[in-house]
Design a protein around this ligand. Structure first.
Ligand code: ZN
Ligand code: ZN
Length: 350
């Protein structure tokens, strides 16, 4: 098979931009833009000329301010914009910030809504915007997990445990932590709305903790991963033993004095059911992002293979996989529909 990149017309014939299914992610649930963060795709803040300066900071060259401010986290940049018009002017002149506003403005609003902006620097977000591939599997990654600012693909979001944030109580139980430690970890407050392709309605704001951060904290607290697992296992066994003892006491008491047995709740020791792509928690920190191709300065969203549209079980053939022009050329060698000749490139030559 010809390994040259396909031309635009061939790509258009062999691929499609989005599957016919709504994902219901965090960016689908954002409230209308308002306040400090510019509306999506709006021209940058048009303001009157600043009346005041930035004090001693304005004695520094603009380039130096831009470099320093680009290292700030998103919450600090939002706070800085509130200082005065000059601060807005300087923040909006940062090249990385400009690119984010132009190509991924929803990330700023999403991070502000769920409270994760304090952990994401402008530089880091820009770097992720300019990276095409999923950090787990290397496929084109069309999404950002904004608890830790990682670029991921749909299959990793919906199947990899790392991208399932945990309720606070689950994180404490699973990694043998306490509340004080959990409160220091990367966490978020979910936005009420509808999440996952199964359209699960979630009307409460819940605190969710990043799983990897919780696992690391547990390992540090207990000295090693295996010591942590042993602690969690012993704690669960002790809770179950205590529960069973109480049940026995209740039964004995009922037999002796004929009193009603109280209803007791069995302690939770197992992980809650995951549900993978049907689990709304997996989509509460996920925002769609394009890849900003530095060579062409174009934002690319990736595309799906028509040969894989019928597959939904496992890779390499799966309708959820996304490709760039380069990775799609590679994919044609493994894609059944093309390899077996059901579809050929010649069918689509102009
Ligand atoms: Zn992936
Ligand atoms: Zn394919």
């Amino acid at each position: 098979m010809d390994e040259d990149l396909l031309n635009g017309s061939q790509l258009k014939d062999l691929t499609y931009p989005v599957p016919r299914i709504d994902d219901f992610l965090l960016d689908d649930n954002l409230p209308a833009p308002r306040g400090k963060i510019p509306a999506d795709n709006a021209p940058l803040h048009i303001i009157e000329a600043p009346k005041f300066e930035l004090g001693v900071l304005d004695t520094l060259p603009l380039e130096l301010l831009q470099i320093s401010f680009s290292m700030l986290d998103l919450s600090s940049l939002a706070a800085l914009r509130c200082v005065n018009r000059r601060a807005v002017e300087v923040v909006e002149s940062i090249p990385q910030y400009k690119a984010i506003i132009a190509h991924a403005p929803k990330v700023l609003r999403a991070a502000s809504c769920i409270g994760t902006g304090r952990w994401i620097s402008c530089d880091t977000l820009y770097e992720k915007l300019c990276t095409a591939n999923c950090e787990e599997c290397g496929d084109f990654g069309g999404y950002l997990y904004i608890l830790t600012c990682k670029r991921v693909c749909f299959l990793c979001i919906s199947q990899n445990k790392k991208y399932l944030p945990l309720r606070r109580s689950h994180a404490i139980r699973k990694f043998g932590l306490n509340r004080q430690i959990v409160d220091t970890l990367r966490c978020m407050r979910s936005l009420p709305g509808t999440y996952s392709p199964n359209e699960r309605r979630c009307s409460e704001r819940i605190v969710l903790v990043d799983r990897e951060s919780a696992c690391r904290a547990g390992t540090t607290l207990h000295g090693s991963f295996s010591a942590m697992e042993q602690y969690v296992s012993d704690t669960s066994a002790a809770k179950l033993e205590e529960f069973n003892k109480r049940i026995q006491d209740d039964i004995s008491q009922k037999a002796a004095v004929g009193s009603k047995t109280p209803r007791r709740r069995r302690p939770q020791t197992e992980d809650p059911f995951d549900g993978l792509s049907g689990n709304p928690l997996r989509f509460m920190a996920i925002v769609r992002v394009p890849w900003l191709n530095k060579v062409s300065s174009e934002a690319e969203w990736g595309f799906h293979c028509i040969g894989c549209a019928q597959y939904a079980i496992s890779r390499p053939l799966h309708f959820r996989r996304k490709f760039t022009a380069a990775s799609f050329t590679e994919h044609l060698r493994e894609c059944d529909s093309f390899v077996t000749g059901i579809i050929t490139r010649n069918d689509f030559q102009n």
